[in-house]
Ligand binder design. Structure first.
Ligand SMILES: NC(=O)c1ccc[n+]([C@@H]2O[C@H](COP(=O)([O-])OP(=O)(O)OC[C@H]3O[C@@H](n4cnc5c(N)ncnc54)[C@H](O)[C@@H]3O)[C@@H](O)[C@H]2O)c1
Ligand SMILES: [Zn+2]
Ligand SMILES: [Zn+2]
Length: 361
């Protein structure tokens, strides 16, 4: 029996989001229905609403979620009704060329539910990142459910489902930050702050936070930055070099997604250092760099997709570290809101005083 629940739908390009009745089918083979308990509001949800991702309206928004598995379809053995899970957008296939080479975090054929959720008139919904969790219940592929310790609060756990994992993973997985490294993070929103928290976890000796907003820099310090640079007042490349004995940082993480901040990252790293691009650029952006500098400075220039995370490996580990008091995931939750306040949360993103608004159901 399909169920009717409330969910937040983006009806068309730049139209305000609406709470609508969503029809959730029973789980088919390999699928699960999850009762959503909390779902963070991510920039990507706003990009969907604005048409920056695709034109497949209407979207069912929300993708940073935690909840309890309600029912599973045929053949599902990894999760069972009653399991507390974080939803992920990397249910790996196990058969693509990345998976077969033992690099499943790059999986090129990740799974989503096969059936569609719809509006009551039968209009098919496109769930954001194959999740759609600003809803009381959602239908996903069972592999999108990662079991974690239920002792963690859902509004905290859900954040690992996207932005916070992207940031922590940019430092730990992509940047491979190690004990004693110097790290600079450009852009200190939720993703950049998570990269700072990840660098601290990895034992970085020096963590330099760069932003254009002093309030963001104050939060970055609380997350573990040892030094801060306001790049509207000081040249960030020079400042980072000054703070690293004149050399530049071992790892520079770009968490804005713009050519000018990428260029800063490129020149603010030490010779043979690493640049990690976790910020997402838009299609019209171009980067120009002297090829001789690309060669002569050596090292590696990497992009970080979803923090190169493997949900089954990383989510339970990071939740355990949180529960042990070694990683303060709660610090990313600025406010909890109701389902009908998502539009308001989008407005608050521009004021710069929110790391994460989290819808609690
Ligand atoms: N790679 C991934 O898998 C992944 C996943 C989630 C989000 N993201 C991307 O990460 C980026 C950051 O996301 P967020 O949620 O932290 O966004 P956010 O808007 O909360 O944070 C961006 C921060 O950058 C700062 N900033 C803006 N312009 C700057 C500049 N010129 N120099 C220095 N700082 C500047 C802002 O003040 C803000 O603190 C976005 O591009 C987002 O799309 C990537
Ligand atoms: Zn695969
Ligand atoms: Zn997201």
């Amino acid at each position: 029996m399909a169920q009717e629940v409330r969910g937040v739908v983006a009806p068309g390009r730049n139209e305000p989001v609406r709470v609508e009745t969503v029809v959730v089918p029973d789980p088919g083979p390999g699928e699960a229905v999850v009762q959503v308990q909390a779902c963070g509001v991510c920039h990507t949800d706003l990009h969907y609403k604005q048409g920056g991702i695709s034109d497949d309206y209407p979207f069912l928004l929300g993708h940073e979620a935690a909840g309890v598995v309600e029912s599973v379809g045929e053949g599902v053995t990894d999760v069972a009704p009653g399991d507390f899970v974080i939803l992920n957008w990397r249910a790996v296939c196990g058969r693509c060329r990345a998976c077969l080479r033992g690099r499943p975090w790059y999986c090129f054929d990740t799974h989503n539910a096969r059936q569609k959720m719809t509006l009551t008139d039968g209009t098919e919904l496109s769930p954001a990142l194959g999740i759609g969790a600003f809803a009381e219940k959602t239908l996903v592929a069972a592999g999108q459910c990662t079991k974690v310790d239920p002792a963690v609060a859902p509004e905290v756990a859900g954040l690992l489902g996207c932005g916070v994992m992207a940031g922590i993973g940019a430092a730990l997985n992509t940047g491979a930050v190690g004990r004693g490294d110097s790290v600079a993070v450009i852009g200190c929103g939720g993703v950049g702050d998570a990269a700072i928290a990840g660098a601290r976890l990895a034992g970085a000796a020096r963590i330099i936070a760069v932003d254009i907003n002093d309030a963001k820099l104050a939060t970055a310090r609380a997350m573990g930055a040892t030094h801060t640079v306001n790049s509207t007042a000081d040249d960030p490349v020079e400042a980072i070099r000054d703070l690293t004995g004149g050399h530049g940082a071992d790892v520079v993480i770009e968490a804005v997604g713009r050519p000018e901040t990428y260029r800063q990252a490129f020149y603010a790293r030490d010779l043979a250092g690493t640049v990690v691009l976790v910020g997402v650029p838009t299609p019209e952006m171009k980067l120009e760099l002297p090829l001789l500098d690309v060669f002569g400075r050596g090292g590696s220039l990497k992009s970080s997709w979803y923090g190169d995370c493997l949900p089954s490996r990383d989510f339970p580990m990071l939740i355990d570290l949180h529960l042990q008091g070694r990683l303060d995931l709660g610090a990313f939750v600025t406010e909890t809101i109701a389902l009908d306040q998502v539009e308001h949360a989008f407005d608050r993103m521009h004021t710069g005083d929110v790391l994460r608004s989290v819808v609690v159901l």
